[in-house]
Design a protein around this ligand. Structure first.
Ligand code: NAP
Length: 325
């Protein structure tokens, strides 16, 4: 009887502790644990890391974190001047040698150039340890008004782009029997986020494709990390699609908005990479809490999502708010 009581109290203490940890968390509990007791970013020193979307936002912040960890970097995006600036900042901040960073302009939509890009990296660094599929665009529009063309363009950039580049890199990783593919996904990749139809669709697809890759290649030492991201500061809303591909959202994020600081986010993400976690959730509340509810109590999450969506859409129809927030 006494043992039952002790066991019961231990369970209660455990649940309360986990609840408190979660209350103040901005990552899932496993990642929190790794930040305290797992591999540090320095364990990635001398790894060759290829970052797409390195010219702004998260990709830029990741470049600085990984440079400080002592990695060799390949920086890719379309805007070469911005990439050169990021390279200069990496060198200044971490006092690394210039030849440890390769600026490689790349359009994620130019699929036929991806194999050549891989060859360029291999010629320069002789190996690729980690590919971070981070380049992407967001979207704000009602589902019913979104053109099929917008869906197609979103899927091309956010899904086929990463697939194409990963397929080009994978043979090298499989030959070496070492490799790590990382994808920046979103909380909108875990449930149907109202007002982000094409985007939500693209991030869900990313999980399907890369979870499958993980299961097929795990026994050949290829790791896949899916990063489920909540809101953080970047240029995402400037370049976001709307209901048509002809008009971008063109909205700057304001400093007071409830979003995670990008440097902070990048640090969490690098810890997740250093610990080769399969999937991590990095977000402030309420999004983080919602992802937890969605994972463990999907029926409740579905009801909550429907209520939030109904209220939000009602406000939009009454003109009291828009889809940009
Ligand atoms: N910001 C958020 O709140 C948030 C939340 C969840 C997930 N995410 C995800 O985080 C990732 C990074 O986005 P961000 O928020 O940091 O936005 P961002 O500042 O707009 O960065 C997007 C990056 O993608 C690159 N890119 C866009 N189209 C490209 C193309 N066709 N080819 C090559 N590169 C291209 C851009 O570079 P160029 O224009 O120079 O090519 C830029 O470097 C995205 O996958 C996004 O979906 C963001």
């Amino acid at each position: 009887m006494e043992w039952c009581l002790v066991a019961f109290l231990l369970v209660v203490v455990y649940l309360v502790t986990q609840g408190l940890r979660l209350l103040f968390a901005e990552t899932d509990l496993v990642l929190q644990w790794c930040e305290l007791f797992g591999n540090s970013p320095a364990s990635l020193s001398e790894k060759v890391v290829w970052i797409t979307g390195a010219s702004s936002g998260l990709g830029e912040a990741l470049s600085y974190e990984l440079a400080e960890a002592g990695c060799c970097l390949v920086l890719s995006a379309r805007r070469q001047e911005r990439l050169n600036d990021v390279k200069a900042c990496c060198i200044e901040r971490s006092r690394m040698k210039a030849d440890k960073i390769l600026v490689l302009p790349l359009d994620m939509l130019a699929f036929d150039t991806h194999k050549q890009a891989v060859e360029t990296v291999l010629k320069y660094f002789k190996k690729i340890d980690i590919l971070i599929n981070n380049a992407g665009r967001s979207q704000r529009a009602l589902w019913e008004r979104t053109s099929l063309n917008t869906d197609q363009e979103m899927l091309k950039l956010n899904v086929l782009g990463p697939l194409s580049l990963t397929k080009a890199v994978l043979p090298h990783m499989l030959d070496r029997r070492v490799g790590h593919i990382v994808c920046t996904s979103s909380v909108a990749g875990k449930f149907g986020a109202p007002g982000l139809g094409s985007y939500s669709c693209s991030k869900h697809a990313l999980h399907g494709a890369f979870n499958c890759l993980r299961n097929e290649t795990h026994d050949r030492n290829i790791h896949v990390t899916m990063v489920v991201a909540g809101p953080f500061f970047s240029e995402a809303l400037i370049h976001a699609f709307t209901e048509s591909t002809e008009k971008n959202l063109g909205l700057e994020m304001k400093p007071g908005e409830k979003r995670m600081h990008t440097k902070h986010f990048a640090h969490h993400m690098v810890v997740a990479i250093a610990n080769k976690l399969d999937e991590v959730w990095i977000s402030m509340h309420p999004e983080l809490a919602f992802v937890y509810i969605n994972q463990y109590f999907p029926a409740i999450a579905q009801r909550l999502a429907a209520i939030v969506a109904r209220k939000r859409l009602q406000k939009i129809r009454e003109g009291k708010t828009d889809l940009h927030s």
